[in-house]
Design a protein around this ligand. Structure first.
Ligand code: AMP
Length: 396
């Protein structure tokens, strides 16, 4: 693997793709610094070698052009404090002014570029835009695993301009190594737990995982589309009508391949989508009209626990219910605890995706999980066996 560990940055200007897509409050204060903190070892290695660091990232989803609330300048204060030096800022990520700033950098200097997505060339993977970025540095470092599944200008295309000088940062290298372990020879049985709101975003993942896992446990809003495919009654639960047939077909595929695909047998239902709604536990395929399922039930939890406790490898993405509502978090908490316990018993556990990671941290279980990925979509695509553009661009 081409990682920064073996690269000497002395006298070089490193153009680093980081993932600084952090949450900001109304006063533009960072509410969770995890992503910035995670990039620090990479930046420090470069500075320690006697190099300069040029940091580039996206932040939020700007529509067209610059937007104050998505400016990376809001990160300057924290970043300077964290790196214990004044970090300079370039008000545009490309262009003459920025090139001048980059050219003037001395060893130990750090320059933060403005939001890459203020240019639509970033998401389009535009070659000219990537060329503009490439003029800023002598070596390209990718340390943004969360966007590695996107073929954007700064995550993939720019690497072409550094044929002999492109490497993975520590964060990326760690992700590739840990996830690679699950990809190549997972300890069996291999169990995937998939939840979250919708089937639509995950049906392809589910199908691709059928070729890899022994057990697939379904939870979250997506369970109801499966329950309908089995002919159940789901009241006003979240159901994607147009995917009922696809869900049914997926269940048949699982059976053919000998994969145990489990769907909840009971659910905690509510008469409204709010925390203090009336609630009761019923059979998951017999939800009365006017009620909606917001969590998996205790019987399902017990069935899933049995499978998880016997697993050698566990992959988890997506909450089991609307865990943001304290009254409907039990399923998600229980599954998180069970995964932590199974990990203590020797299983290798891998969790990715904003909500599942938030859940694990909320319940204080983060340090009892083998690997918490900084990527949700990227992690799943990697495990599915797809080539990630951000990884491929460095390896080629
Ligand atoms: P996703 O982004 O697809 O992983 O979905 C995460 C969201 O799914 C969370 O915000 C949960 O509140 C939501 N969710 C989980 N279970 C349900 C459910 N039964 N009904 C509606 N939303 C759900």
């Amino acid at each position: 693997m081409k990682t920064i560990a073996a690269y000497d940055f002395n006298g070089k200007k490193a153009l680093i793709r980081v993932d600084f897509n952090v949450p900001l409050d109304e006063e533009y204060k960072i509410t969770d610094t995890t992503r910035i903190d995670a990039a620090v070892p990479t930046i420090e290695k470069i500075l320690g070698d006697g190099g300069a660091a040029i940091l580039m990232s996206h932040l939020g989803r700007p529509k067209t052009g610059p937007e104050e609330k998505y400016s990376l300048k809001h990160l300057l204060g924290y970043l300077s404090e964290k790196l214990e030096r004044e970090v300079a800022f370039a008000e545009d990520c490309v262009g003459e002014e920025t090139e001048k700033k980059a050219a003037g950098l001395k060893p130990g200097d750090v320059l933060l570029l403005e939001n890459l997505r203020f240019h639509d060339g970033e998401k389009k993977g535009d070659r000219d835009f990537a060329a503009g970025l490439s003029r800023l540095g002598d070596v390209y470092v990718n340390d943004a695993f969360g966007t590695a599944h996107r073929a954007h200008a700064s995550t993939a295309v720019v690497a072409e301009f550094f044929p002999g000088d492109k490497v993975f940062g520590y964060l990326m290298a760690g992700e590739i190594e840990k996830i690679g372990r699950v990809l190549e020879k997972p300890e069996r049985p291999f169990t995937a737990v998939l939840g979250g709101a919708k089937v639509s975003g995950k049906i392809e993942v589910i199908r691709n995982l059928l070729g890899k896992v022994d057990n697939l446990l379904i939870g979250g809003g997506m369970m109801f589309t499966f329950i309908r495919a089995m002919g159940g009654r789901t009241g006003k639960s979240l159901v994607e009508e147009d995917l009922i047939d696809v869900a049914g077909e997926t269940m048949r595929m699982a059976e053919e391949r000998g994969v145990q695909l489990m769907v909840p047998t009971d659910a905690v239902i509510a008469d409204d989508f709010k925390n203090d709604a009336q609630r009761k536990t019923v059979e998951a395929d017999d939800i009365p009209g006017g009620w909606m399922g917001l969590d998996i039930g205790p019987q399902t939890v017990r069935r899933y626990e049995k499978v998880l406790e016997d697993s050698g490898t566990i992959l988890w993405n997506g909450p089991m219910g609307v865990f943001e509502f304290g009254n409907f978090e039990e399923g998600t908490v229980s599954i998180a605890r069970t995964i932590a316990k199974a990990t203590g018993g020797g299983a290798f556990s891998l969790i990715g995706g904003g909500d599942s990671v938030a859940a694990v941290n909320k319940y204080g279980l983060g340090d009892r999980i083998s690997h918490i990925s900084t990527g949700g979509g990227a992690m799943l695509e990697y495990i599915e066996g797809k080539q990630l553009p951000g990884v491929k661009a460095i390896e080629d």
